[in-house]
Ligand binder design. Structure first.
Ligand code: F6P
Length: 371
């Protein structure tokens, strides 16, 4: 963590990676806190693409933010600036003359444009990918403050990321609804949730939504163990079973289920829920149905907890700049917001600790992890 000298006149803000409920609340807090200090603030369109490809945008890719532009947006899902998960300036996808996509490092060009617009600092809101980009830009001399966002909650060095609580609340509500139909039909209901290579959403939604089995990437599952759970429940007169599967879960000795791999983008996961349901039908002879919650987890209005975290992060990011901070990410360390060096965050992932009390709670409740 370093402290940067120099007065601030004008800052930029960007939202990168998959959207998450709470992004607009951060934008509002950053904008108001910056304007209240007499700074100008500009929003970059679609991650950093607004700076790299300004010709794509009617407003030039950089939009001046005022009190008016951020009025009434705290409760709105999505991001008023737009976002992308294929705009990494260090590996920017460009179509070559042969139609092939090449990845090009455009970070120096980005920095030149940043300076041309006389921007003094960047507040970068994003997940692990955006924090790695922020760290690289910081190393190249841009003054950067990171704000951690992701429904997956898999960013290291912060107790929680905003978007996670909203995703869990929605998944839990979906499970409440699915319970009654599973019970009426005496079926196995398999609910697949996002979360990439970490099982946070599945674990929290599964416990809160009274799942009987939770399959997470951190524990490769044995489908026979899940089938045993179904049989045990049947014998106890409970003719239905609720299974939550994280998209990144994999069987013992098997691989994660990948839908698509595209150059310059993270692989798209999905399909494990259907595989689990099919295998359970074969092993138990019961009917199974799969529900993939997918992007429903990312949409809609942020919960009160996510709104508050987002507003706290936004205000803290501006305070950090006022205090001369540089190259840090704001992070929740209850009851405080702390500053963590971006270099300590980039490239690190936070998985579910298997000895956590949340895991023990699940086991004490009789929930199986397929192990
Ligand atoms: O990281 C957030 C997330 O929603 C993951 O849970 C999921 O795997 C991925 O993004 C989906 O990305 P996309 O919006 O590109 O389908």
């Amino acid at each position: 963590m370093t402290t940067a000298a120099g007065r601030i006149h004008r800052i930029a803000i960007s939202t990168g990676g998959g959207d998450a409920p709470g992004l607009n609340a951060v934008i509002r807090a950053v904008t108001l806190a910056a304007l209240n200090r007499g700074w100008e603030i500009y929003g970059i369109r679609d991650g950093l693409t607004g700076l790299l490809l300004p010709e794509k945008y009617a407003d030039g890719g950089l939009v001046r933010l005022t009190r008016n532009s951020v009025r009434g947006i705290t409760h709105l899902g999505g991001t008023i600036l737009g976002t992308t998960n294929k705009g990494n300036p260090l590996r920017f996808p460009i179509e070559g003359p042969d139609g092939q996509i090449e990845l090009v490092d455009r970070s120096d060009e980005l920095i030149r444009k940043f300076r041309l617009h006389e921007l003094d600092a960047l507040i970068s809101i994003g997940g692990d990918g955006s924090m790695a980009i922020a760290a690289a830009l910081s190393a190249k001399g841009i003054r950067v403050i990171g704000v951690p966002k992701t429904i997956d909650n898999d960013l290291d060095k912060t107790a929680v990321t905003f978007g996670f609580d909203t995703a869990v609340a929605f998944a839990m509500e979906a499970m409440d609804r699915l319970h009654s139909t599973a019970e009426s039909h005496g079926r196995i209901m398999v609910v697949e949730v996002m979360g990439r290579y970490a099982g946070w959403i599945a674990l929290h939604a599964g416990i809160a939504g009274s799942a009987d089995a939770i399959l997470i990437p951190e524990i490769p599952y044995d489908i026979n163990r899940v089938a045993e759970k179904v049989r045990e429940r049947d014998e106890a007169g409970r003719n239905f079973t609720m299974v939550v599967v994280a998209e990144g879960a994999k069987p013992v000795g098997g691989e994660v289920s990948v839908i698509e791999k595209e150059l310059g983008r993270a692989e798209r996961l999905g399909g494990v829920g259907q595989k689990v349901a099919e295998a359970l039908e074969v092993l138990t002879g019961k009917e199974a149905r799969t529900v993939v919650l997918g992007h429903l987890l990312r949409g809609g209005s942020p919960t009160s907890s996510d709104r508050l975290i987002s507003l706290r992060f936004g205000a803290a990011a501006v305070r950090a700049l006022s205090e001369g901070q540089d190259g840090i990410m704001v992070a929740i360390d209850p009851p405080y917001v702390q500053y963590v060096p971006l270099t300590e965050v980039a490239g690190r992932m936070k998985c579910v600790p298997l000895d956590s009390d949340t895991m023990m709670t699940a086991r004490d409740l009789g929930i199986t992890f397929g192990d």
